[in-house]
Ligand binder design. Structure first.
Ligand code: NDP
Length: 310
């Protein structure tokens, strides 16, 4: 019997993924049937993104696993109708894109690029930026994306501190964890990068108390998820100058409403959730490998711990 794989994501992605998945599953030696429509009780695997509209897994009685195209799984991790393994996306292309985006925005702050780009005022002020080794950067979240970004920043000689839930050992990065670790990490951070998942435990990681720990004028870069930051607390911290500038890629409501104060704020850069995206060529390989594993009784890669929500 063929393995039936349902693709449930934005319809325009189907023509992109269909040949890539077909190639990968053929190479895995599987007899398969790929499609965007099946009788629910005939589906073995769902290739999933929240914008595919699938919410109720109850009729999917033959389902073996849901394979997310997204790294962030906050929209499905708590779905009570899902009782089979859920794997999230860890994709080399996605990671590389995020590393490039983070490094670019850290360098923007580090080098003070805005001043030279926007303030051509005829005043010759030869203030050279410090070396990266003199700049304190903190990466909150040291998973697939945070670790790669932290390593890249460390390779540029930034003084990098990282923070995660469990302890880590990453060359060139001072790794901290737990509540005390966060306080230490923030109190030293001139630039903070958020690459945490959106879970009940990470909501408002940056709030009025934790923002007050930052050195005056610190900069924030959030490509993680909107709920990681208490927006009112950030706006207050921008007003007092505790936070000098924020670059925000993700928001509690997306698209960010046109009247949101972030859009017009002189010290906020809004980017429209473009820090990085799943790259079909590499992502399809990950999906096919997980289907192969499922069929051969091997453990799935990148399983989500549903109790933790990531
Ligand atoms: P991972 O699951 O690999 O890593 C998550 C990291 O966060 C881990 O280091 C984990 O700690 C840490 N963490 C989780 N909960 C806590 C907590 N309560 N306290 C401290 N640390 C915690 O995720 P990824 O790196 O793959 O992705 C991170 C997020 O990036 C995604 O969830 C998504 O929201 C966002 N994203 C944004 C994109 C964009 O374009 N803007 C694109 C892709 C992803 P530990 O290692 O100890 O488990």
């Amino acid at each position: 019997m063929p393995v039936n794989v349902l693709f449930s994501a934005r319809p325009e992605l189907w023509p992109v993924y269909e040949p890539l998945l077909a190639k990968g599953l053929t190479e895995a030696g599987l007899d398969f049937c790929l499609g965007t429509e099946f009788a629910p009780d005939q589906v073995d695997y769902v290739v999933y993104a929240p914008n595919g509209g699938l919410m109720d897994f109850t009729p999917y009685t033959r389902l073996k696993a849901v394979l997310s195209l997204w790294a962030g799984v906050e929209q499905i991790a708590g779905n009570a109708t899902l009782t089979v393994p859920l794997a999230r996306m860890v994709d080399h292309g996605l990671t590389q894109g995020m590393t490039e985006w983070v490094v670019g925005h850290v360098l923007r702050y580090h080098l003070g690029m805005d001043h030279h780009i926007t303030v051509q005022d005829g005043v010759w002020t030869p203030d050279a930026p410090p070396l990266a080794s003199e700049r304190l950067v903190c990466v909150l979240g040291l998973g697939a994306l945070g670790e790669a970004a932290a390593r890249a920043l460390a390779a540029l000689n930034f003084h990098v501190t990282g923070w995660s839930r469990t302890s880590k050992d990453i060359p060139g990065v001072t790794c901290l964890y737990g509540e005390d670790g966060l306080l230490t990490a923030l109190s030293q951070a001139e630039i903070v990068v958020l690459l945490l998942p959106d879970t009940p435990a990470t909501e408002n990681t940056l709030n009025s108390k934790t923002l007050a720990l930052l050195p005056m004028g610190a900069c924030i870069i959030n490509p993680g998820r909107g709920p990681l930051i208490d927006d009112n607390a950030l706006l207050d911290a921008l007003k007092t100058g505790q936070v000098g500038h924020a670059t925000l890629d993700v928001f509690r409501v997306e698209p960010l409403p046109p009247d949101h104060p972030y859009w017009a704020h002189p010290n906020v850069t809004v980017t429209p959730h473009i820090a990085s995206e799943t790259r079909p060529v590499t992502a399809a390989q990950v999906i096919c490998e997980n289907i192969r594993r499922g069929e051969e009784g091997e453990p799935f890669l990148h399983l989500v711990d549903r109790t933790l929500g990531y």
